[in-house]
Design a protein around this ligand. Structure first.
Ligand SMILES: [Zn+2]
Length: 231
């Protein structure tokens, strides 16, 4: 037996609208949700305790490996329906009455969290945060002069990547340009793979991760980058 959270299209739309309203970092494009089939369910493939009282979920949106990321409160996450997969291959879905009973405001079709995440201190810039996390050193070479260090986005912001440390990697100018030109890439395990015969003066086989585990890049940012650049 295996249990799993899932969304109906209606619940996904509701949670997504809430993420936008509550100014959370990840939401799914509305047209993607509107294009989904009403009759299907959309399982939560993976989830991360992302920030205090916030959950980030990966939702499967189709059969072809399409998925989306959505941030929500723990309260909302807990209220999602649960499916149970049995060993004989059958799947039992929770009935609506049962999961509606877990909703904190059962009569409100759409509820808004009264506590919206707000930064406690003034948000430092993405660059400052990333450089600090990487101890002011390029993640692929030994350059440590902050004048030539950049914070590269792993998953491009133009495609939906965030300005969070976990979507950043500290690179010197040369390596940032090489990274964006696709001359090397970084696997989900952090391995550096060259895509050119040129000597890129890369000193490591894997990126040098930040000391603090919480600052390590999220794996899905590398996956999204791979999708975006199609390599
Ligand atoms: Zn470098």
């Amino acid at each position: 037996m295996h249990s799993n959270k899932y969304f109906t299209k209606e619940l996904l739309r509701e949670a997504n609208n809430a993420a936008i309203r509550e100014k959370r970092n990840q939401a799914i494009r509305e047209e993607v949700i509107e294009g989904l089939d009403d009759a299907l369910i959309y399982p939560v493939f993976n989830y991360f305790y992302h920030a205090k009282n916030e959950m980030r979920v990966m939702v499967v949106l189709g059969y072809n490996g399409k998925w989306g990321l959505l941030d929500m409160s723990m309260l909302r996450y807990d209220s999602l329906p649960t499916s149970v997969s049995k060993d004989d291959g059958s799947v039992i879905l929770e009935d609506e009455e049962s999961y509606n009973a877990r909703r904190p405001y059962p009569n409100a079709r759409e509820w808004q969290e009264s506590i919206v995440l707000k930064p406690v201190r003034k948000q430092k810039s993405f660059r400052d945060e990333v450089l600090k996390a990487y101890n002011n050193q390029c993640a692929v070479c030994n350059i440590s002069n902050s004048k030539v260090l950049r914070a590269a986005h792993i998953w491009p912001v133009s495609d939906g990547g965030t300005e969070e440390i976990q979507n950043g990697v500290c690179l010197c100018v040369t390596h940032e340009v090489a990274y964006d030109a696709g001359l090397f890439f970084i696997t989900t395990e952090g391995k550096i793979v060259l895509n050119t015969e040129d000597d890129l003066k890369i000193d490591y086989q894997s990126i040098r991760y930040p000391d603090n585990k919480e600052d390590h890049p999220f794996m899905y940012n590398f996956i999204k980058r791979k999708e975006f650049f199609n390599y």
